[in-house]
Design a binder for this molecule. Structure first.
Ligand code: NAD
Length: 278
C-alpha cells in the first residue's frame, strides 16, 4: 500500500519556515491579486491564498474585474501595480476569459514582481537552472518528490499534460535533476500511446483535468504518483488518477484534495518573499 504524500502537512511545515523568513524581512509583504470573472475553481484558489496570506502575516490585496474587462484595462492596472512601491508581488488568477491572451497579459507583469513565476524571463531562468522565482505548481511537485527521498537522477519520469503553468516548466525542473523526462499530452492519447508511457514510469505526474484518465492497474509497481488534476465529480473533488487502485501499486501517492494544491499556495508565498527582497 502506497504512503500518502500529504501536501497539506508538508505545506504547514514550509509555512512555519516562511513565517520566520517574513519576520526577517522587517516589512509586511504585499501580494496583489487580480481576478477576472468568477469560477468555482478560481474562487476556491483565491480563498486559500487569502487564508494562507493571513496566517503568514502577508497583506493580500484582491482586485476583482468583471469577465468583460478589456485587455487594455487589465494591462493598465498591472502596470500601476508594477510601479506601486508598496506592492511586492503580483498574481493574475488563471484562466482568463476567452477574449484575453494569457501569454500576452503575463508579459506585462514586472519579472521582479512575478509571484507565480510565470513571466518568460523567470521561465527562461528555469531553463538555465538559475531561477529564484519558480512556477508554483511545478515547484510544489518538486517539493513532494523531495519528500519521498527518491533520487531523480536517471529515473524515468512521465509527465502527462504540457501546459505553460504545469507540464512544460515541470519538465525543465526535472531535467535539471537529470531525470529522463517524457512529456505526454492529448496527441499521445490520440496516438494510443499513453498507456505504454504510464506503465514504464518510475515517477508519474498527471496534470490534465480529466477524472479517471489514469487507471490504477497501469501504474508500475513501486512508482511515485503525483496527481495534479482537480475535477469536480458529483460534488466531490477528485484527481486524474484512479486513486483506489493506484494506491495498491504505487510506493507514494498524493491525495486529491490535500496533495499538490496546498503546496502550490505555499510556493506562491515562498516566491513572494523572494520578490520582497528585491
Ligand atoms: P490545461 O488545460 O492547460 O492542459 C491540459 C493538458 O492535458 C494539455 O497538455 C493537454 O494536451 C493534456 N490532455 C488533455 N486531454 C488529454 C488526454 N486525454 N490524454 C493526455 N493528455 C491530455 O491544464 P492545466 O492548467 O495544466 O491544469 C491541469 C489540471 O491540473 C487541471 O485539473 C487543473 O485544475 C489542475 N491544476 C492543479 C493545480 C494545483 O495546484 N493542484 C495547479 C494548476 C492546475
Amino acid at each position: 500500500m502506497a504512503k500518502l504524500l500529504e501536501g497539506k502537512v508538508i505545506a504547514e511545515r514550509i509555512k512555519e519556515e516562511l513565517k520566520q523568513n517574513i519576520k526577517s524581512l522587517k516589512i509586511k509583504p504585499v501580494l496583489a491579486s487580480i481576478q477576472v470573472g468568477s469560477s468555482a475553481g478560481t474562487n476556491s484558489y483565491v480563498l486559500s491564498q487569502q487564508r494562507t496570506a493571513q496566517s503568514l502575516g502577508v497583506e493580500y490585496r484582491l482586485k476583482e474585474f468583471g469577465a468583460d474587462v478589456s485587455e487594455a484595462e487589465l494591462i493598465e492596472f498591472i502596470q500601476k501595480l508594477n510601479s506601486d512601491k508598496t506592492v511586492n508581488g503580483i498574481i493574475v488568477q488563471m484562466p482568463l476569459p476567452q477574449h484575453m491572451d494569457c501569454r500576452k497579459i503575463i508579459q506585462f507583469i514586472k519579472p521582479q514582481k512575478d509571484a507565480e513565476g510565470v513571466h518568460p524571463e523567470n521561465i527562461g531562468k528555469v531553463l538555465y537552472a538559475q531561477a529564484k522565482i519558480l512556477p508554483c505548481t511545478p515547484a510544489a511537485v518538486m517539493e513532494l518528490l523531495k519528500e519521498t527521498g527518491i533520487d531523480l537522477y536517471g529515473k524515468e519520469v512521465v509527465v502527462i499534460g504540457h501546459s505553460d503553468i504545469v507540464g512544460r516548466p515541470l519538465a525543465l525542473l526535472l531535467l535539471n535533476k537529470f531525470s529522463t523526462v517524457t512529456v505526454c499530452h492529448i496527441a499521445t492519447s490520440k496516438a494510443g500511446k499513453l498507456e505504454e508511457h504510464v506503465k514504464r514510469a518510475d515517477v508519474l505526474v498527471v496534470a490534465v483535468g480529466k477524472a479517471g484518465l489514469i487507471k490504477g492497474d497501469l501504474i508500475k509497481e513501486g512508482a511515485v504518483v503525483i496527481d495534479v488534476g482537480i475535477n469536480r465529480v458529483g460534488g466531490k473533488i477528485v484527481g486524474d488518477v484512479d486513486f483506489e487502485q493506484a494506491q495498491n501499486r504505487a510506493s507514494f501517492i498524493t491525495p486529491v484534495p490535500g496533495g499538490v494544491g496546498p503546496l502550490t499556495v505555499a510556493m506562491l508565498m515562498r516566491n513572494l518573499i523572494e520578490t520582497a527582497k528585491t
